[in-house]
Design a protein around this ligand. Sequence first.
Ligand code: SF4
Length: 129
Amino acid sequence: MNLELTIKETDKKKFDKGSLIKEMHNFAERYAEKTNTFFCLDPSITSVIIAGLADYKQKYELPLCQCRNFRSERVVIELNFWICPCVAMRERKECHCKLFVRPNESNIVQPQKIPLITVYKNLIFNLYK
Ligand code: SF4
């Protein structure tokens, strides 16, 4: 078996968008549970953020915060501030994207789970609206 081909296949699988969305979805659920934060009232927000994190993970292997405009994404990676969970979230449970919502914030209703199918439905809906 050609080793180079095998490696390429492994890389392809590793950076497959569907796998990355699943990975970021798992991360979001586990991290919400760990930090006692919740998902937003509007599941489309949660879905879009999860997908955005997956996009960055595909591009850089790191989930940069997807709701910020970075002048230089490479500099942001070096600074290690906006890699999700960002420093504000890690230190103060502040997620300005509303992926993770604290219990005392008004727009929570969801538990710390969002079905993967809901994420996909919202992404498809956003594509065709
Ligand atoms: Fe993640 Fe922080 Fe962005 Fe929230 S604000 S999505 S915790 S990087």
